[in-house]
Design a protein around this ligand. Structure first.
Ligand SMILES: *[C@@H]1O[C@H](CO)[C@@H](O)[C@H](O)[C@H]1NC(C)=O
Ligand SMILES: *[C@@H]1O[C@H](CO)[C@@H](O)[C@H](O)[C@H]1NC(C)=O
Ligand SMILES: *[C@@H]1O[C@H](CO)[C@@H](O)[C@H](O)[C@H]1NC(C)=O
Ligand SMILES: *[C@@H]1O[C@H](CO)[C@@H](O)[C@H](O)[C@H]1NC(C)=O
Ligand SMILES: *[C@@H]1O[C@H](CO)[C@@H](O)[C@H](O)[C@H]1NC(C)=O
Ligand SMILES: *[C@@H]1O[C@H](CO)[C@@H](O)[C@H](O)[C@H]1NC(C)=O
Ligand SMILES: *[C@@H]1O[C@H](CO)[C@@H](O)[C@H](O)[C@H]1NC(C)=O
Ligand SMILES: *[C@@H]1O[C@H](CO)[C@@H](O)[C@H](O)[C@H]1NC(C)=O
Ligand SMILES: *[C@@H]1O[C@H](CO)[C@@H](O)[C@H](O)[C@H]1NC(C)=O
Ligand SMILES: *[C@@H]1O[C@H](CO)[C@@H](O)[C@H](O)[C@H]1NC(C)=O
Ligand SMILES: *[C@@H]1O[C@H](CO)[C@@H](O)[C@H](O)[C@H]1NC(C)=O
Ligand SMILES: *[C@@H]1O[C@H](CO)[C@@H](O)[C@H](O)[C@H]1NC(C)=O
Length: 557
């Protein structure tokens, strides 16, 4: 969770790594509410999509902008941009639907060729479904290493040009008899999160190449100090849990920032089992592991991360959950007193003990090696590594140069208690920018926001956001969180949908038909997700009708 890349909570919910365990835990926890044997669902797991869809490469120019001096020295070489496709449902006249995989290895998105929105749209339109990798991720890497100089071609503009180039040049194996390039064939773009913002810009910058695009949880507004990440969590999280998290975090901050004596700081770190974390900011940031896992909540049992709910049910439990903390009662009372909550000991003592027990159980006990090696962001040696295996560098480079999104606690207004430590400030959150890339000025968010920011719009461009998404304050639906964003009326050409109760691009996921029969209703996608997917299908079919009309119009001319 707390990663050396300085990447705090990535746009991608990093649950794939623990896929099997998380899935099992999710299913087991759901099973408490139902009578079905959860193991019968595991049997419905599909084949690994990598065995179903072979990977292909398209050779693409490394540098699309020889007129722009920021890419000097220019390159005239090409690199292999990876993609996968499924033409099972293709019928002549159907579109090509490209899911941009964003700031991650594209293989993680292949499930959406099997089920979920990409599959659903391909079936509905007789289209070809495509997953397209983003430059500098997965195997689509244009340079021999990730040195700062070689990362200069990693801009959203260059990657957008890749996708436009792809649409204009790809020849799909087995479909050579058809001309499936744009604009001969209509192209529909889809993306979630960073990729959602990406396809928004794609439609606006390449309107003659992409007939329409769908931006899901698209973070179209780049923001340097993105403290607002925690605002939807504060507003939609379980109120008691949120209050305890705020007060205990404030207690920790008071001890570290106001009391700030060697003894009390050592007492605090020791209580959490983190005595050897040298830097106070590193220590305080580890405590936010539970709060930071909100983004990983998903209706899809394959992807759901239950950590947030577990954290909250731990710290709101009225029982002391971990016997290992019974010896810490006096310490907890002492810390609460020194941290300014002496009058609330009776309320906060058990939550504090359970937070300590939970963190030891889920995080501290998993650290192998020194605690600094697990939790410290202060490590120049680490950041100076830039070989081809240091692929952690790509997204921090993008956010240090163009996107920002430093998820600080310090940015929270002074009259409000933050959910994470104020020691996580701009200085701390941008250590990676200085150490890894020698960048000491804020990201140039204008490079992104020039395309419209919150208020981007274009014909045949759909916006889908999650009501409770921590990225919503950077999305077009930010309005309740940011008055700069407008409220819109939804139309077929410019649909504007907010999925009630949803977090991060919940419309992207889906189930096999055989996973939806004979199961209790709470195993199905929530109704607002199904409604949104049905709406998107209807919208794209309507856009295809417009396409047919436009082609008929051309023939008449
Ligand atoms: C469920 O359907 C998927 C997709 O058709 C298929 O790959 C899978 O094998 C099926 N699972 C079972 C248990 O029938
Ligand atoms: C695609 O390109 C990558 C990187 O150059 C290479 O490792 C991979 O083998 C290529 N894949 C195919 C199917 O050609
Ligand atoms: C470079 O050319 C592209 C069109 O190919 C144009 O959109 C862009 O504004 C130009 N950039 C500069 C810096 O002149
Ligand atoms: C597809 O059609 C376009 C427009 O007619 C043409 O320029 C292009 O060469 C064709 N591509 C292929 C692979 O046939
Ligand atoms: C605590 O005090 C030391 C010494 O004055 C100072 O260097 C440090 O920045 C303080 N820590 C915090 C978190 O304010
Ligand atoms: C902390 O460091 C001390 C001294 O090196 C060591 O004995 C102890 O095991 C360490 N504790 C943890 C939890 O890493
Ligand atoms: C506390 O968290 C653990 C691990 O995350 C979880 O297994 C357990 O069910 C939680 N306990 C309570 C009372 O919520
Ligand atoms: C975590 O707590 C659970 C009970 O809540 C216990 O079964 C498990 O052994 C603990 N794990 C660790 C690593 O402490
Ligand atoms: C710093 O990073 C280097 C390189 O990854 C690693 O070998 C070293 O253990 C790290 N030091 C600390 C204190 O984490
Ligand atoms: C920031 O980006 C904009 C748009 O690309 C560009 O015009 C401007 O020169 C950049 N500013 C800096 C300081 O690089
Ligand atoms: C948009 O609508 C929401 C909910 O009705 C409201 O809270 C918000 O203030 C409105 N924003 C603007 C900019 O009008
Ligand atoms: C609203 O958006 C603007 C523009 O990106 C940003 O500067 C500001 O900090 C945001 N305000 C809030 C409350 O998030």
């Amino acid at each position: 969770m707390v990663s050396k890349s300085g990447l705090f909570f990535a746009l991608v919910a990093l649950v794939n790594v623990t896929f099997a365990t998380e899935q099992l835990r999710a299913i087991v926890s759901r099973s408490r509410r139902t009578t079905i044997d959860p193991r019968s669902l595991l049997k419905r797991d599909d084949t690994d999509p990598e065995t179903l869809y072979p990977a292909y490469n398209l050779s693409v120019p490394i540098d699309h902008f020889h007129n722009d001096s920021k890419y000097e020295p220019h390159s005239s070489d090409s690199f292999n941009l990876r993609y996968w496709f499924d033409a099972t449902y293709y019928k002549p006249g159907g579109p090509v639907i490209v899911l941009q995989s964003g700031e991650t290895d594209g293989t993680g998105r292949l499930r959406f060729l099997q089920k979920g929105i990409l599959h659903q749209l391909a079936v509905a339109t007789n289209g070809v479904g495509v997953v397209l990798e983003h430059r500098y991720y997965g195997t689509s890497i244009p340079t021999p290493d990730f040195s700062t100089e070689n990362l200069r071609y990693l801009t959203t503009d260059q990657a957008l040009a890749d996708e436009a180039y792809f649409a204009q040049h790809v020849v799909f194996k087995g479909l050579e008899q058809y001309n499936l390039t744009a604009p001969t064939t209509p192209y529909i773009g889809y993306g979630g999160s960073y990729a959602g913002a990406f396809v928004a810009f794609l439609r606006k910058l390449y309107p003659d190449v992409f007939w329409g695009t769908i931006s899901s949880s698209g973070v179209t507004e780049a923001i340097w100090d993105y403290w607002a990440y925690f605002e939807p969590i504060r507003v939609y999280g379980e109120p008691t849990c949120i209050t305890y998290a705020q007060k205990i975090t404030n207690m920790v901050d008071n001890i570290l920032m106001k009391v700030n004596t060697t003894d009390t700081t050592a007492e605090l770190k020791g209580a959490f089992g983190l005595p050897n974390v040298t830097y106070d900011d590193d220590f305080a940031v580890v405590l936010s592991a539970g709060i930071g896992s909100w983004q990983g909540r998903n209706w899809d049992p394959d992807l759901n991360d239950p950590t947030f709910d577990e954290f909250c049910s731990n710290i709101t439990s009225t029982l002391v959950e971990y016997s290992s903390t019974t010896g810490l009662v006096g310490t907890a009372q002492d810390l609460l007193t020194k941290g300014g909550y002496g009058s609330e000991i009776s309320t906060l003592q058990t939550p504090l003990l359970n937070w300590i027990g939970w963190l030891k159980n889920t995080t501290v006990s998993r650290c192998k090696g020194s605690q600094d090696s697990c939790y410290s962001t202060h490590n120049s040696t680490y950041y100076q590594q830039d070989s081809i295996s240091d692929d952690w560098r790509a997204w921090p480079y993008q956010y240090c140069t163009e996107w920002g999104y430093l998820q600080t606690g310090s940015g929270v207004p002074a009259d409000q208690l933050p959910l994470i430590t104020r020691l996580n400030d701009l200085e701390y959150a941008s250590i990676v920018c200085r150490e890894a890339f020698n960048i000491s000025t804020p990201a140039n968010v204008t490079a992104i926001n020039q395309y419209g920011g919150f208020n981007i719009s274009y014909p045949r461009f759909a916006i889908v956001d999650g009501e409770q998404d921590p990225w919503r304050p950077a999305c077009p639906s930010a309005s309740p969180f940011n008055s700069t964003a407008v409220n819109r009326t939804s139309t077929v050409s410019e649909p504007f949908m907010l999925i009630e109760g949803a977090v991060h691009h919940w419309d992207e996921n889906g189930l096999f038909a055989n996973q939806t029969v004979d199961v209790p209703p709470d195993f199905l996608p929530p109704l607002p997700v199904r409604d949104t997917q049905a709406m998107l299908k209807a919208v794209v079919l309507e856009w295809m009708e417009e396409w047919k009309l436009s082609q008929a119009g051309k023939e008449l001319k």
